[in-house]
Write a protein that binds this ligand. Structure first.
Ligand SMILES: Cc1ncc(CN)c(N)n1
Length: 224
């Protein structure tokens, strides 16, 4: 993702330093197969059901980020985080509608291993010892992996099946990109003022998210 021409912050430096890993997360064979039009629909349906469960956990994660934000002396990021939380309500309704369209029974789904592992990571943010800087950076990269992955599925030359375009536009839209860029600016501001220990923990969380996102796509395409 470009930084909009502004001075490069810490997050852009990490994206450059860990380019290979970032590309494995955002140009994964699963999402590339959506763009190519060769996607296995059974894999898409598996992703849909598993991601619905993930997003339910993501709501609780975001609530924990909001709580950390409210405890800051300057809580001016609150509106953006609150907006993100509110949009997850629409997202859950979207998953239910999409599941009905694809005959995916959401009530009968259990989380697969990689999803459980990712959800455990999200739950670990309930610990008040985890700083706002680490939490907001984590939130930014989780959203950015989806933004970048799905934007690629609707970029020039795509052969994305018509019935999957709505999914790709949900996260690949210019509006979602702008939202991710707002999160990136917040993360960079926090990182610029953070201790070196906090910056180190945030970079570890950034890398952990990339690893977990790759695992999540792998799980969707191979049921591992
Ligand atoms: C696994 C995963 N990562 C990120 C997102 C985007 N909220 C998501 N829905 N699912």
């Amino acid at each position: 993702m470009d930084s909009g021409g502004a001075d490069k912050g810490t997050t852009a430096a990490w994206m450059a330093a860990h380019r290979g890993m970032y590309e494995r997360a955002t140009r994964h064979p699963f999402t590339v197969s959506i763009r190519d039009g060769t996607v296995d629909l059974a894999a898409f349906k598996r992703w849909l059901g598993q991601d619905y469960m993930f997003v339910r956990e993501f709501v609780a994660f975001l609530a924990s980020v909001l709580l950390k934000c409210c405890k800051q002396s300057d809580s001016s990021d609150m509106e953006i985080i609150l907006g993100g939380l509110a949009s997850l309500s629409d997202e859950l309704s979207w998953f239910k509608k999409e599941a009905a369209k694809w005959s995916v029974d959401l009530a009968g789904i259990s989380p697969l291993t990689s999803n459980t592992e990712y959800c455990r990571f999200l739950q670990s943010f309930n610990d008040p010892e985890i700083s706002y800087t680490v939490a907001i950076t984590t939130f930014w990269i989780i959203e950015t992996v989806y933004q970048d992955s799905f934007a690629f599925c609707i970029q020039d030359g795509h052969k994305t099946p018509l019935e999957l375009l709505g999914t790709c536009q949900r996260w690949g839209s210019p509006e979602f990109k702008q939202y991710c860029q707002s999160l990136q600016r917040i993360a960079d501001r926090c990182l610029a003022n953070a201790t070196s220990d906090a910056v180190k923990s945030a970079e570890e969380a950034f890398l952990r998210v990339l690893e977990l996102e790759i695992g999540f796509w792998d799980m969707s395409s191979s049921q591992s």
